[in-house]
Design a binder for this molecule. Sequence first.
Ligand code: FAD
Length: 291
Amino acid sequence: MIPASFDYKRASSVAEALDILKGDGDAKILAGGHSLIPAMKLRLSQPSVLVDIAKIPELNFIRDRGKYFAIGAATTHGAVAAHKSVNAKLWWVANAASMIGDVQVRNAGTIGGAIAHADPASDWPAVLLAANASIKVEGTNGSRVIAAQDFFTGFFMTALEEGEIITEIHIPDPTSSDTPDSWRSTYQKFAQPASRFAIVGCAVNLQLSADGTIEQAYVAFNGVDSKAYRATSVEEALVGRTLSDETAAGACDGATAQAELIMSDHYADEVYREHLAKVICKRAISACMYD
Ligand SMILES: Cc1cc2nc3c(=O)[nH]c(=O)nc-3n(C[C@H](O)[C@H](O)[C@H](O)COP(=O)(O)OP(=O)(O)OC[C@H]3O[C@@H](n4cnc5c(N)ncnc54)[C@H](O)[C@@H]3O)c2cc1C
């Protein structure tokens, strides 16, 4: 449980961090350290140098930009959970952040670190997929914005290229639309009781017409497949129907249709996890009737 030796550099700006990363292919970004440090202790990761970005001011912010919230990559889960405007306008996102780990994890772990790590059980990927979020990254050749849908590419894998840093996460704010009250959203998870990591998590974001018909549906899962995914079968089964327990039950039969595989570990085998995906899916859609 002792990491291999490494250097440590604290960057004071994104430009400085990019500069250090550019010169060394084995350098690694350090944010909250809650995933990277354990991996280093197990020698699964042996970086030559850690580039600490946790205190870079331009990565530590939450801004309401009208149509979307911009959250700096080094913002902790706890800061998102406690943010007044996020709670007022995207309460389900704040609520999801408040469910991550324990106080210590939430006070050190960052949104950028969580999505760069892309643990299939991590909560943020499903929330960002259902929220239609996008991710801004910067590299030495400039910046680009990647849709969450294209960001999570596999088991602990993302669309990030070598030397790139996640700088901002953009989450659309439906309350800025012409029909601010038409959206119903939630994130529900069945958590492992010690770590609070999701065994299965489901994020649901629905737009309803005045008569309660579902006009748009975004449903995403974590903890099921080797990466978070949008459950388009569930989404298609919801659109055009009235939001009800019966609608939820019918739609959630397709909860794992888009999963490429169902994970199995000592917490939950494949059969149990597949069943749980349907249960949590129904619970999440039903919760949208009351939220
Ligand atoms: C006991 C425990 C319980 C937990 N429970 C949960 C839970 O319930 N739900 C959940 O979702 N997570 C949980 N986590 C994980 C936690 O949320 C981590 O904080 C998160 O996965 C990683 O964020 P970090 O800031 O600590 O990143 P780090 O560990 O510092 O980095 C993780 C990886 O991301 C890279 N990275 C970091 N920031 C950036 C960036 N801006 N751009 C590019 N690459 C970057 C690093 O190089 C590294 O490869 C738990 C962790 C622990 C230890």
